[in-house]
Design a protein around this ligand. Sequence first.
Ligand code: CU
Length: 146
Amino acid sequence: MKKFKIITLCLLLCSSFVSAKEHTVKLLTQGSNGKMMVFEPLFIKIAVGDSINFVPADPSHNAESFSVPSDKSSFKTPFGKATKITFSEKGAVLVKCLPHVALGMVAVIQVGENVDSSKAKADWEKAKASVVMNKEAIDEAISQIK
Ligand SMILES: [Cu+2]
C-alpha cells in the first residue's frame, strides 16, 4: 500500500514536470515595431510536445507550414480563426501566411534542442525568390536555430 502511494506521488510530480507549454504567435497586419504583415514573434523556440496558438488579428491572415522535418509536422490554419497546433516532432518549421508571404510574412519555429537547420535553410532559399520584403529579418531568425 505504501509502495502504491509512493508510485502515485511520483507519477503526479513527474507529469507536472513534463507538462507541455502553450505559446502564442500573433498574425498581425501591423507589428508592434511598425512593420506590416508580420508574425510576432518571428522566431520562437519551443519544446517537443508544446503547442502554439496562432492568433490572427483579422480574417486576412492564416498560418501554414512550408518547411517541416517530415510530413507529420505539416499544418494549415483557417483564415481569421485562432488555432492551436501541437508540435510533436523535433526540428525546424517555417510558416507562412498564404496571402502575405511575398511581403515576408514568415515565422521560424525551433522545436527541441540541437536542431539541424539545413532543410529549413534550403526550403527558405527556394521560397525567397518570390519574397520582396523582410528577407534579412527571416535570414537572421533562421540563423538562430541551433
Ligand atoms: Cu497575412
